[in-house]
Design a protein around this ligand. Structure first.
Ligand code: FES
Ligand SMILES: [Fe+2]
Length: 386
């Protein structure tokens, strides 16, 4: 008899409408498998193009043992480069963003251009051929101004725009590529990355836990849409999903007052397009929500079985001026509060599922997207034979 895989087990739970067993959130072995089988093979959000506006600018993105430099070259082209020196393997740059003329290895000073080619290597013999030792490439794709990388070692990976096709029409009007980052928070969440996702997939908990969020977000409309159009689009494997984000009557932005937080509307909303709010995501790690005046991106990075980093960035129109068009406090208030409330809920679930007495319970009518997450997870795991 062959042993049951994790994906088989998840699909069985799904069939019964049940949540997942506790050890899926605590096992170090499973965690290591997920990091390599899922995060090592899927598209991961790296940053917004406005973070690397000029030639020489770069940002970094890490996942598990992997680190990538996303660099803009003199022609404006963006390259994904493995952050590993071709000599004896040192990291070329630390985490974060920066600007440099060359990537010079701190160890023995091999120097690389922004397209990864090796430009200089001191004291190498005459026979040394620099062209044979460029930095390794990491698959990189830009969609609506959002830069994604994929650490897969396969020659070819699936097309990011195709994966995001359903979200394109809904998100186009926001002019995401013309935004810039107004604020960044990195939250440390004491919970497994899957619990963070599950929590974000349902508003079953919103009324009881998110007083700021539900001032403008219409929980009832989300549960039973009356708008007459499909409330949710998703890819067959549920990795990519997008939806309108219903606000209460009169609200035009997800803020405390329902009024815009930034005076400079984004994209087509500057030309009078009727306001709406929309959300999209790409599993395993990326989600974003846009109102006509500002947007927010979320990136989940698994750190250990019971710890996840969530990097959240608030975006505004690139011409919006802090203190004139928006105040950061007001801009971030609803999501920052909501996030902190969510992390506390995730932490409490992480504590609970560790108990020997935890038995996965049935999902509610408001948790269909949690089931969608389980399905996508099972598909991503089974693609790696797990
Ligand atoms: S390890 Fe980078 S130059 Fe030696
Ligand atoms: Fe929440």
């Amino acid at each position: 008899m062959t042993e049951k895989t994790t994906s088989d087990l998840v699909l069985e739970q799904l069939k019964q409408g049940l949540a997942l067993p506790g050890d899926l959130y605590t096992s170090p072995t499973l965690f290591a498998e997920e990091v390599s089988a899922i995060f090592g093979r899927q598209w991961l959000y790296a940053g917004h193009v406005s973070e690397i506006p000029h030639a020489g600018d770069y940002l970094t993105v890490t996942s598990g043992d992997e680190s990538c430099i996303v660099a803009r070259d003199a022609d404006g082209e963006i390259h994904g480069l493995l952050n590993v020196c071709r000599h004896r393997g040192a990291r070329l740059v630390d985490c974060g963003t920066g600007s440099t003329r060359r990537f010079v290895c701190p160890y023995h000073q091999w120097a690389y251009s922004h397209d990864g080619s090796l430009a200089g290597a001191p004291r190498m013999p005459d026979s040394f051929d620099k062209s044979r030792w460029p930095l390794k490439k990491v698959h990189t794709s830009v969609w609506q101004g959002l830069v994604f990388v994929n650490f897969s070692s396969e020659e070819e990976v699936e097309s990011l725009p195709e994966l995001m096709a359903d979200a394109a029409e809904l998100m186009n009007p926001f002019g995401v590529e013309d935004a810039r980052i107004a604020h960044t928070e990195v939250y440390e969440v004491d919970a497994n990355w899957k619990l963070v996702w599950e929590n974000a997939q349902e508003c079953y908990h919103c009324n009881a836990n998110h007083p700021e969020f539900i001032r403008t977000f219409d929980v009832r409309e989300m549960a039973q849409p009356t708008a007459g159009e499909a409330p949710l689009w998703y890819s067959e494997d549920r990795r990519s999903q997008s939806a309108r984000f219903p606000l209460k009557p009169g609200a035009v932005s997800l803020t405390m007052s329902g009024r815009p937080a930034s005076a400079k509307p984004m994209g087509e909303f500057a030309d009078g397009r009727e306001p709406y709010t929309a959300a999209a995501h790409l599993k395993p790690g990326f989600a974003f929500v846009f109102s006509p005046d500002y947007g927010i991106t979320f990136v989940d990075t698994p750190v250990s079985p019971d710890r996840t980093h969530v990097k959240v960035q608030w975006l505004v129109h690139r011409d919006a001026v802090e203190g004139v068009d928006y105040a950061v406090d007001n801009l971030i208030r609803v999501w920052d509060q909501t996030n902190r409330q969510d992390w506390e809920l995730c932490r409490s679930v992480q504590e609970g599922v560790k108990s020997h007495g935890f038995e996965p319970g049935p999902l509610s009518l408001d948790e269909t997207s949690v089931a969608g997450f389980y399905y996508a997870y099972a598909r991503m795991m089974s693609a790696a034979g797990l």
